[in-house]
Each structure stands twice: as structure tokens, then as C-alpha cells.
Write a protein that binds this ligand. Structure first.
Ligand code: FAD
Length: 322
């Protein structure tokens, strides 16, 4: 059994699904599962972590942690971990997790494996699997030496456990000394999209250059509305100005791992595959039967997306109505 610390992520008063995945995986393996949550006014939110498997919940309330900043977060997390001496520390491989956990690892002088898609626990040790070379190769990583070992885990890779709302956990108030910080978040400017983020949605529908215009993405949005999906894009579509960069999937965009990924008019360049190859089911719609996306796809539709996507929308609507 390992003593595991999971750094919880939350935004706008809600915990992230990716945090529940980590808690569930640790608890299912019978580990001593600690959650660490930072922020201001988070006492109530903290309690929910118990529903997903936390045995102990460490709460750091500090006005300097009200909005995420890499400097304040990494200082605070490092202090708590130094005192607690866990065997393993996990965070989600989100923009936030990949920002602060490497800083914490550097502060503590310990190893970190990033963007892991599988975890195997063995006593107080962990082995992780992670993709390299744009997802072409998977490597298993073991940690050497002593001290806590750290990993960030790709969202949607482990699955969210069913919550047990009857569960409670010991709440431990932690105090940290942040000293004089060099950075301060003044304002958070939110994007206008009301859709789920591509990294979090269980279904992602992406479009490529072949959509030809920003307006034509409406046909993907219509399908996304029926399926409760996020809309993603290839870099060619983003570079052409059809979608904002936050929707880009791939090596220089976001890495997604949804239950269902539908690639519409995307050729399947290696840089795009790097961002979606670990999706559970991949459907590709393309006019070219020879294009590489079909090699990565579980289901392929050879056809014109402007005909196929509206038909899918229509059929899914019918299924939902019944
Ligand atoms: C360093 C680097 C980083 C990169 N990072 C990324 C990244 O993060 N994400 C990314 O996506 N790319 C990335 N790229 C770019 C990548 O190499 C490809 O150029 C890009 O993915 C191609 O986008 P696409 O599939 O939309 O366009 P294309 O390759 O032009 O493919 C369009 C596809 O649409 C099909 N098509 C055309 N009309 C229709 C129709 N009516 N119905 C159905 N199918 C149709 C065609 O058969 C074709 O397969 C990167 C490249 C480099 C060099």
C-alpha cells in the first residue's frame, strides 16, 4: 500500500473530473489516498473529494491561492509534500497540472513522468505507461532512488469512479508560508465558448481544412449539440482561422482522450494523431479511402462530410428522441 497525494484541480467552484479519476484509481488499488486542495473558500468543495476515494483531505486556504498561479501553487504544494513525505504524488496532465507539478518536482529534487495513460501500483511503488514520439511508442517507466515520485496523468485515461456520497474523510487544515511572490494574477479573461473543453468532453468532433470556412463548422456543432460533445479542429483548420487555437488537437494543440472521437475531413497527419490516438473509439469520415486517419480509426466512413455529418445528426436525434 502506498501513501499517495493527489493534487485536486477545481475551477468556478467545481472539482475537475480528471481529479476524480486519480482518486478512483488510487483508492481502487487500496492505497492510503490523500487529496490536497488549494484555494480560498474551498472548505465545502474539499468534502466532495471523499466521495471519490480520498481518505484524508488536506486543505490549504490562502488568499494568494484564490486564482491559480504556478509560483504560488508550486511553493505551497512543495511545502505540504515536504512535511507529509508521501510515496507518490499525482496530478492531472491539464494545462494547470503540467505547469506546476514539474516545478514542485524540481523544488524537491525528485523524478516526474508526464502525460501518463496507465498506472500500476505495487506496494509503495508505481509503474507508469506513457506515450512518446508523438504517440508512436508506449514506454513503461519505473522510478529509481528514494523520495516521493511524481506523475501527471492524461485526463480521461483512467475513467471516473462512481461517487459514494455517504463517504467522509478527515479534513486537515494546512498552513503554508508563501513569502513575497514575484507574480500575481490580476484578471482572468474567459473564452466565449459555452461548449465543454476538448480535453474534458467524453465525445469530441473535430474538423479539418476540408470544412472550408468557420461558418461550415456549424454542421459539426449541430452534431455536437445532439451528443453533448466538444468541437475540435486540426491545425490546418486553426491556421486558416476557422477555429480558435484552444480547439486545436495535436502535437502543438491539446491532447484528448475521449470515449468517442469523430474526425471529419482530417487526413490523419502524425502531429494530429499525437493528440487523439488514445481516444477509446475513433470514427473517421473522409472522401479519400487511402488517407492515414483510417489506419488509426476503429470505424471509417468513406464519404463527403457535408453529406455524412448531417445524416448522423439526424439519426442520433431520432435515437435520442426514442
Ligand atoms: C511541428 C508541427 C506541429 C504540428 N502540430 C499539429 C497539431 O497540433 N494538430 C494538427 O492537426 N496538425 C498539426 N500539424 C500539421 C499537420 O502536419 C497537418 O498539416 C494537419 O494536421 C493537416 O490538417 P487537415 O487534416 O485538416 O488537412 P489536410 O491534410 O489538408 O487534410 C484534409 C483532408 O480532408 C479530406 N477531405 C476533403 N474534402 C472532404 C470532404 N468534403 N469530406 C470528407 N473529407 C474531405 C481530404 O481527403 C484530406 O484527407 C503540425 C505540423 C508540424 C510541422
Amino acid at each position: 500500500m502506498a501513501k499517495i497525494f493527489i493534487v485536486a484541480e477545481h475551477r468556478d467552484g467545481r472539482l475537475k473530473k480528471a481529479t476524480f479519476e486519480l482518486l478512483g484509481a488510487s483508492a481502487a488499488a487500496g492505497n492510503e489516498t490523500h487529496a490536497l486542495i488549494l484555494g480560498e473558500g474551498i472548505a465545502e468543495l474539499a468534502k466532495e473529494l471523499a466521495h471519490y476515494g480520498a481518505n484524508k483531505i488536506h486543505v490549504v486556504e490562502n488568499s494568494a491561492l484564490k486564482n491559480y498561479s504556478a509560483e504560488a501553487y508550486s511553493k505551497a504544494v512543495a511545502q505540504v509534500l515536504k512535511a507529509a513525505s508521501p510515496d507518490i504524488v499525482l496530478a492531472s496532465h491539464t494545462p494547470t497540472g503540467r505547469d506546476f507539478l514539474p516545478r514542485v518536482a524540481a523544488k524537491l529534487g525528485v523524478g516526474l513522468a508526464s502525460d501518463c495513460t496507465q498506472l500500476s501500483f505495487d506496494g509503495s511503488k508505481i509503474k507508469v505507461r506513457r506515450p512518446i514520439y508523438a504517440g508512436k511508442v508506449l514506454v513503461d517507466v519505473e522510478f529509481l532512488g528514494s523520495g516521493p515520485v511524481m506523475a501527471t496523468v492524461r485526463p480521461n485515461a483512467l475513467g471516473v469512479p462512481k461517487p459514494d456520497t455517504s463517504k467522509t474523510a478527515e479534513l486537515i487544515q494546512e498552513t503554508v508560508e508563501l513569502g513575497a511572490l514575484k507574480t500575481k494574477v490580476l484578471e482572468i479573461v474567459k473564452g466565449s465558448s459555452a461548449r465543454p473543453d476538448v480535453t474534458e468532453a467524453p465525445v469530441v468532433i473535430s474538423g479539418g481544412r476540408s470544412l472550408k470556412s468557420a461558418e461550415n463548422f456549424k454542421i459539426l456543432e449541430d452534431l455536437a449539440d445532439v451528443l453533448g460533445a466538444a468541437v475540435g479542429a486540426s491545425r490546418a483548420a486553426v491556421d486558416a482561422g476557422f477555429r480558435p487555437h484552444r480547439d486545436q488537437v495535436g502535437q502543438t494543440g491539446k491532447v484528448v482522450s475521449p470515449t468517442l472521437y469523430i474526425a471529419c475531413g482530417i487526413s490523419g497527419a502524425i502531429q494530429h494523431l499525437a493528440g487523439m490516438r488514445s481516444s477509446k473509439v475513433i470514427v473517421a469520415i473522409n472522401t479519400d479511402p487511402e488517407c492515414p486517419i483510417f489506419q488509426a480509426a476503429d470505424y471509417g466512413i468513406v464519404g463527403d462530410l457535408f453529406a455524412v455529418v448531417p445524416l448522423l445528426t439526424q439519426e442520433f436525434k431520432k435515437i435520442k428522441e426514442h
